[in-house]
Write a new protein. Structure first.
Length: 74
């Protein structure tokens, strides 16, 4: 797990409002659930009960508030 997010492509502002749902794939071990949540909390507020991690800890879905503005527009 890296300390900082890696931007894969440039973000363009579209006509649709940004989503609060974040899909993360390609997670590698070793890491704990609390480490992942701690990393995500640096960039937005996690909404309680809106977090899913698959059994092998390779992908997750999370709902956050203001995630996109902190990463892409700073």
């Amino acid at each position: 797990m890296t300390d900082e997010p890696v931007r894969i492509k440039d973000v363009t502002i579209g006509n649709e409002p940004p989503s609060q749902i974040l899909y993360i794939r390609g997670l590698t071990r070793p890491f704990s659930l609390m480490q992942l949540k701690g990393l995500l909390c640096r960039y937005g507020t996690l909404i309680d009960g809106e977090f899913w991690l698959d059994k092998i800890k390779s992908q997750c879905l999370v709902r956050v508030k203001i995630f996109y503005t902190k990463i892409f527009f700073d």
